[in-house]
Design a protein around this ligand. Structure first.
Ligand code: CP3
Length: 350
């Protein structure tokens, strides 16, 4: 494998340009499965880590140095801009993020700001600028945002929800209000991704993690139009847009219609069939089940080869997990996955 001075394999694959091997990165690649990450977290809480550019930079670089991934992703969280809109967010050890005062009605929506993100979340853009300096001769930097719909689920549910009954209640009882909220969130997200690109992000991934719980009609009404606005903006800046939905396998045509350059698949989809269906129009990212990384090295390699074989020959594939890496994943297994992708993919690019 001959790596050029700056390894742009990831960006080339996003644009479906020829590459010499399949690039790979891991969602949540800087995380608790790494003892080096835990060492940083032992000193500061998660939000402080996100808000201190030197530390966020350090965390972002851990997997770059230790795993040899082909892209770095800014260390932050999708809920940072929601906090900047005026909502208090707490990250708890066991339940994940919590909003003590979720949005309950029109007054709460009116009370939200569309913040001047350059000031309110200046630490994000500072981290991006620092990272671009650190990474200049190495690999590209991915920025990200939650999609408006997924951010609204947190704002209304107040936490990671199982059934999404609160936001769905709004869909059926007060859809106009939900649109009001989504519009405000969309304005914030557009400014946020724009400022990330201006600061140096070279691709943007939009996480619409929870949209997979929507029926097609509801997806088209409450998520699609807002995601499309965000993706339009990203594409205007000229960087590739990647769209991820957990459970998005039934929404593929809509996902393509958002204008995204890359569709990020969860582990349930058969990437061969997805390529047949939409692979002419977009690049594909994914899609190993994160739990495969509990297996032994031989099994991990076999499953990596299976996905590479299913995607088949040619560019337009970025290898990744189908969702974030789990905190109890053995580090060595993540490393084996990266190694296997790099070694086993060369034959598909000859
Ligand atoms: O991929 C990366 O390495 C970049 C960093 C990143 C984090 N969160 C760091 C994080 C990214 C891209 C996210 C996105 C995110 N955050 C999503 C969308 C992606 C997905 O997983 O579906 C969502 C839904 C969130 C909200 C969120 N943040 C949850 C549900 C949790 C708790 C779950 C968990 O793993 O603890 C978080 C916290 C969080 N975000 C952690 C990290 C590394 C763990 C915090 C800690 O160190 O204690």
């Amino acid at each position: 494998m001959n790596k050029p001075v700056k390894n742009e394999t990831f960006l080339k694959a996003c644009r479906k340009e020829p590459v010499s091997y399949t690039p790979v990165w891991i969602m949540r690649q800087a995380g608790r499965y790494m003892k080096e990450y835990q060492a940083i977290r032992a000193k500061v809480d998660f939000l402080t880590l996100c808000k201190t550019p030197e530390l966020a930079t350090q965390a972002t670089l851990l997997p770059v140095d230790l795993l040899e991934v082909d892209a770095a992703i800014l260390f932050s969280d999708i809920l940072i801009p929601v906090e900047a809109m005026g909502m208090e967010v707490v990250f708890t050890e066991h339940k994940g993020p919590l909003f003590p005062k979720p949005i309950r009605g029109e007054d709460d929506i009116k009370g939200l700001w569309v913040p001047a993100v350059e000031e309110k979340t200046a630490f994000v853009f500072e981290a991006i600028r620092m990272l671009r300096k650190e990474l200049s001769q190495r690999i590209p930097l991915i920025g990200f945002s939650g999609a408006p719909y997924t951010l609204a689920t947190y704002m209304i549910e107040g936490e990671t929800s199982r059934n999404f009954n609160s936001i769905k209640k709004w869909m059926y009882r007060s859809p106009a209000l939900l649109h009001q909220l989504l519009e405000k969130v969309t304005k914030t997200v557009i400014a946020y991704v724009n400022a990330q690109v201006e600061s140096g992000a070279e691709a943007i991934q939009i996480f619409d993690t929870w949209a997979g719980a929507l029926a097609g009609d509801e997806y088209e009404t409450f998520s699609f139009p807002y995601t499309r606005q965000v993706i339009d903006q990203i594409r205007k800046t000229g960087v590739p847009a990647i769209l991820y939905i957990n459970g998005g396998g039934l929404l593929l045509d809509d996902m393509v219609a958002t204008g995204a350059d890359v569709i990020s698949l969860d582990w349930r989809s058969d990437i061969r069939k997805v390529r047949e269906k939409i692979g002419e129009r977009v690049a594909l990212q994914g899609n190993l089940d994160p739990c495969v990384l509990y297996a032994d090295a031989k099994t991990i390699r076999t499953r990596v080869k299976g996905i590479l074989e299913k995607y088949g020959k040619g560019s337009g594939h970025i290898f990744n997990l189908g969702h974030g890496i789990l905190p109890d994943t053995p580090f060595e297994n993540a490393k084996e996955m990266i190694r296997a992708v790099h070694e086993e993919s060369v034959i598909y690019h000859k």
